[in-house]
Design a binder for this molecule. Sequence first.
Ligand SMILES: [Zn+2]
Length: 267
Amino acid sequence: MGLILSRSRTNASTKEAKQFKQNQEQNNKLAQARPADNNSSALADTFSKDTASGVPTKPSADAPVVCIDPGHPSETSEGAHAHGLSENQLNWQVALKLKSELEAMGIRCVMTKSSQNQTVTNRERAEVANHSHALVMVRLHCDVGSGSGYTWYYPDRSATKYGITGPPKEVQEKSHEAVQVINTAMKPILTGYLKNNPIKTDASTYVGGKQGGVLTGSIFARVPTALIEMCFINQKKDAQFINSPKGQELMAKALAEGIKKYVFTIH
Ligand SMILES: [Zn+2]
């Protein structure tokens, strides 16, 4: 795995390498911003204390790590627009709320970008997750099209890009497990607000379909990866939901409950 990662780093263009370095520096800053130790070695204790007091505390240094990837801007797209809404902005807003929810649950979060309009390639996003040894990389997006509601995507095969083949079989299997657990946990929270769609694979995405059935972020992922299209922003009901503070909070809560279940129950 190490070999593959260093090869992919070496092949990166100067711009990509510079961006990657910035991301890593940002991640280091985020890591340093955490308290050195909150004297809680047991995650279960941390979680129950938080629940009892209602006051979130920062996760301990040995807390499980999750990578949050707010989609766009990337080499592929700056994100969809509809009804005056920007997918990039909505992804970012939900990501910040999700980060707060997860930290309150005793889960450390690594973000793939440090500001809303920062451009990060899809390969770099995966590499941030890999280097942080995240238990799962959760990628937040919003769709446009004829459907409605939320849909999870995961890689069920490997493909080759820039000379690198991935994701490995184990990552495919864990990604499938993650989307199933998270999707199931989200349903009761979002019922009545957003439609739940059947889980799909990268192969049914536009970009995935063009490159052997796997998204770029999945090809380079060496940790489980799961991508959610949170809603269809060109559909009025979905757009109103995801553009409201309450809707974003519900989405973040639902995502956090699912991720918590995956992180603490399965691992
Ligand atoms: Zn998107």
